[in-house]
Write a protein that binds this ligand. Structure first.
Ligand SMILES: [Zn+2]
Length: 271
């Protein structure tokens, strides 16, 4: 199948969202010296070719976390940056599982909306060098800086990226309206989200790692109350007032609880 180019929108000056066919969202932040690509999608996009159309600056690649739908294109680069707690997760991403993920979201709307197929996944057969990013690191792009914020929960190495020059928080999957945190104790998820909340006065908009999900053409930032609603959910789970919905997950019983615009999936035996 011929290579396709995903839809790209400029969401602020020199700031782009790349909607990888309803599968995942990547972001490109262009400074005067270099650019920063956040995440690499599912591997359906020829990223070096796309980046060349968007900027002539050298591009640093950083990952919000190590899940397969964000690391799929890492083999197209020589080096990438992410939190060390997700190094292993990122290095075992495999094409077979990626195909399954593409197939799932394809059937949920991406096939119809974008005409993609799992066969489009670009296999490079190599991994880049993985370099560490830690909480508090500052990435200087020239004329704009991006602060790294460690928010474990969805994965142990979840990172958010704060760009005060455009007052946007790029929250990956660490803070979104459907927070999957089955492997994290709820008390630790809450602690991480409380830490993230200390940055609330420094951004106006929050863009997560899955805008335009599954063929939804609406590409927009998430509601302002996403984070406060997630914290309310944590409080209600921990004080026993949440009445969750149960669902089976990999042979275990998991719970999900919703409040306001947000929902958290968690393990009731790991509070
Ligand atoms: Zn994820």
């Amino acid at each position: 199948m011929a290579m396709k180019i995903p839809p790209v929108s400029e969401i602020a000056k020199d700031t782009y969202v790349i909607n990888e066919f309803g599968l995942t969202a990547m972001y490109l932040l262009v400074g005067s010296e270099k650019a920063l690509l956040l995440d690499t999608g599912c591997g359906l996009t020829d990223l070096p070719a796309l980046l060349e159309k968007l900027t002539d600056k050298p591009v640093m690649v950083a990952l919000t976390h190590g899940h397969l739908d964000h690391v799929g294109g890492i083999g197209q680069f020589d080096e990438i940056y992410l939190h060390p707690a997700d190094f292993e997760m990122a290095s075992v991403c495999n094409t077979e599982r990626m195909r399954g993920y593409v197939e799932n979201l394809g059937k949920m709307g991406s096939y119809e909306a974008f005409g993609i197929s799992p066969e489009m996944i670009i296999e490079t057969g190599k991994l880049p060098e993985m370099k560490p990013l830690q909480d508090g690191d500052i990435i200087d792009l020239g004329g704009r800086t991006v602060q790294v914020i460690h928010v474990p929960g969805h994965t142990p190495g979840g990172l958010c990226f704060l760009d005060e020059s455009v007052r946007i928080l790029f929250s990956g999957d660490a803070c979104n309206t459907n927070l999957l945190a089955q492997n994290s104790p709820v008390s630790e998820t809450r602690r991480a989200l409380q830490y993230l909340e200390t940055f609330a006065g420094r951004y106006d908009r929050m863009w997560n790692g899955h805008v335009g999900y599954a063929g939804n053409f609406l590409t927009c930032c998430q509601p302002k109350t996403t984070l406060s609603d997630l914290l309310t959910i944590c409080d209600k789970i921990l004080d026993g007032t949440a009445v969750p919905k149960e669902f089976p997950f990999l042979g275990r019983t998991m719970c999900a609880y919703e409040y306001g615009v947000s929902r958290i999936s968690y393990n009731p035996e790991n509070l």
